[in-house]
Design a binder for this molecule. Structure first.
Ligand code: FE2
Length: 286
């Protein structure tokens, strides 16, 4: 088992596979789709294979006029699989329309034109409600900016473990990362949540919980934890490690909740950025 720090043989085998698929270019992860409501066997296989290798796909609808919001769930339903916890009644959240809008109370950055720092989705969720799959579909890009960068957490794990296995041990600790209470108008709307950075999914693959935000995150105060978090931030800051994508209308990211960020953007009268986003408790798995 690669995750076991004492099992060097299994780790080295897994590491070779991860390294073979490191630093993909856009063409490595691009899959063209004719009908998102009915994938062909070929399209489905292409998505699954890329997710096996890279944990991500950039899809492109051959007909960019297809912009029905329902396509997001339809797509997810065809390729996302996995066991669900008995207490999860729905297998996914609803589809959010990410666009600039005026908000009362706490300002949620996804609904502004500000940059979003590196994170995986739902890191603040309860541990048995982790997000394993995401679809981000571009209806309209912004006039300028709004670029996403992506990085497979498996590559981050390998870099950290090769540097110092104690970093992995620190990040697997159940209190490695603490997200304090989310308070709005003096009322706790989400209680504090602590958990590891690296954990295993039911399918045996790696799952990462992470946020680069300085506020709203408390790291366990040990030298290894803090050094490991620093190293993650350095890896993310190095553009040669990451895949940069400026989604066009009709393109989308379908991924196993890889690390991602978003640059700030500017809308114009004619072009206002609109993305559909859905999060799933399931992953794309072979
Ligand atoms: Fe996100």
């Amino acid at each position: 088992m690669f995750f076991d720090l004492s099992d060097e043989v299994a780790y080295q085998q897994w590491r070779l596979r991860v390294q073979r698929y490191q630093r993909p270019g856009l063409t490595d992860v691009l899959v063209e789709i004719d009908d998102p409501f009915q994938l062909t066997e070929y399209e489905k296989a292409a998505i699954i294979t890329r997710c096996e290798h890279y944990n991500m796909v950039i899809y492109q609808l051959n007909d960019a006029r297809i912009q029905d919001k329902a396509l997001v769930h339809a797509l997810g339903g065809q390729v996302l699989t996995g066991e669900l916890d008995a207490n999860l009644r729905a297998d996914e959240d609803s589809v959010s329309s990410l666009e600039v809008r005026s908000q009362n109370g706490n300002q949620y950055i996804p609904y502004t034109n500000k940059a979003l720092s590196w994170h995986t989705d739902g890191y603040y969720n309860h541990l048995d409600k982790q997000i394993f799959g995401i679809i981000l579909h571009c209806v309209r890009p912004a006039e300028e900016g709004g670029v996403n960068c992506l990085l497979n957490p498996e590559a981050v794990y390998v870099a950290l473990r090769d540097e110092n296995p104690a970093y992995i041990e620190a990040l697997m600790h159940p209190e490695a990362m603490i997200i304090p209470d989310n308070v709005e108008h003096g009322r706790v709307i989400r209680p504090a949540q602590s958990g590891p950075v690296f954990m295993l999914k039911p399918d045996g693959r790696l799952h990462m919980r992470f946020s680069a935000r300085k506020r709203n995150i408390e790291w366990r105060n040990t030298p290894d934890t803090l050094a490991a978090v620093d190293m993650i931030k350095r890896l993310l800051a190095d553009e040669s490690n990451v895949l940069k994508v400026a989604l066009r209308a009709g393109q989308g990211i379908l991924c196993n909740n890889v690390l991602h960020n978003r640059s700030g953007f500017a809308d114009s009268e004619a072009r206002q950025r609109l993305m559909y986003r859905a999060r799933f408790y399931k992953a794309v798995a072979g």
